[in-house]
Design a protein around this ligand. Sequence first.
Ligand code: GLU
Length: 304
Amino acid sequence: MSLDATSVSPVLRFAPTPNGALHLGHAYSALCNQRLADETRGRLLLRIEDLDRTRCKPAYEAAILDDLNWLGLRFDGSRRRQSEHAEDYAGALARLEARGLVYPCFCSRAEVARAAIGRDPDGAPLYAGRCRALPAVEKRARLARGDKAAWRLDIGRAIALASARIVWLEYGEGTAPEARAADPATWGDVVLRGRDLAASYHLAVTIDDALQGVTDVVRGRDLLAATSVHRLLQDLLGLPAPRYRHHRLVVDAGGDKLSKSRNSPSLAGLRAQGVTAADVRRALGFPGEGAPAIAVTLSRFLLS
Ligand code: GLU
């Protein structure tokens, strides 16, 4: 894949969430990152997205490192662990707050669901915006007395204050970019900081990509829609826009994408059955060495 000769040296990242074991979908993503880094003489960083302290465990992180090492992945620089950088996210949130773009939301999950005005691109209930209209004195009083709050982006105001047309360059798995128009309104008043989280995925990933100087975001198509929110936040915070390369997902024989919740076979499980890293690479379309060990085990997975 060629890059503009004038561009800075590419920086890529693989950003797993240590809330379970890696599966073939993660392997594909990591290998796509590695391939682009190799082809462009870029740097590949590892970021551990461990903000959800109830679901993320050090043991999962250790297992992820083992899996990546087994697959032959090599990372540059030191590992960034999101749980160690809450102040970066708080700083960004404060900047948005100073412009009146975020507000505390005291609604419980059940209240949000009951009053939902539709679904966001992830299928979660779309928030009706009740707390957006709370009088400032009430917000202050509730925060002062310690009521738990999530912080939401006032999407209407944010879109009104942002550039008129926000686009990103989408490369998919190819070399020719296509300009995609961001459509952040579909997310409604998205959460930027959860009740018990230093930052939501959207805020953390946007800030980290900027702080780590990421030029190329290589990740699964399941995160394509989220890019609209990331581009909006970049625009509001004056952050550079990386190139985006959303790749195909690994699906099982039934056409469903692999996931931790579906109990998809983990890389560690495949390894225990005798599958080699070369088998995994070959099955996912990357050059592998040696004869297949248990190719049959992997033939029921496809890219889609
Ligand atoms: N941590 C996310 C995941 O494991 C990936 C985030 C990203 O690549 O933007 O799905």
